[in-house]
Design a protein around this ligand. Sequence first.
Ligand code: AMP
Length: 142
Amino acid sequence: MFVQTILQTKGSEVVTLSQTATLADAVALLNARNIGAIVIADADRRILGILSERDIVRQIGRNPDGALSTPIAACMTSNVVTAELTTTIDDVMERMTQRRIRHMPIAEDGVLVGIISIGDVVKLKIQEVEHEAEALRDYIAS
Ligand code: AMP
C-alpha cells in the first residue's frame, strides 16, 4: 500500500500558514480545523517547517505569558521529514516510529502535495486487518 492510495481517499488538502504568523494564529487554525499540526510553507507551497500541538505546549512551558505572540518561525521544526507519493505506508509508519512524529507531509520535487497523520495510518491498518479476517471467515465457510 502506498501514500498515494491514502491521499486518493483523503484528498490533497493541507492546512498551511506562513512563517510570519504567530502562535495565536496557529492555535486558532488548529482549533478551527480540528487538527494537530500545520505545515509552514511559502507562496509556492515549498515546505519551510512544521508546527504541532507539542511545539505550542513547549513554548507555553517556556514563556507562559508571551507564548501566543511568538512568531511561528521561532517554534517550528525546520528539518521536516517528508515522504513521496510512491513511499509505502509501512515505510511512513517506520519513519514516524523512529522519529517519534505523528505527521508526515508529502512532497513531490519539494512541493507540498498532501499530509499523512498517524491516525490515517492506523485507520488503514485496521481496514487491512478487517479485510483479512473477512477473507479468512469466507475461506473457512466455503
Ligand atoms: P507530532 O508528534 O507530529 O505532534 O510532533 C512532535 C514534534 O515533532 C514537534 O516538535 C513537531 O514539530 C515535530 N514534527 C512533527 N512532524 C514532523 C515531521 N514530519 N518532520 C520533522 N519534525 C516533525
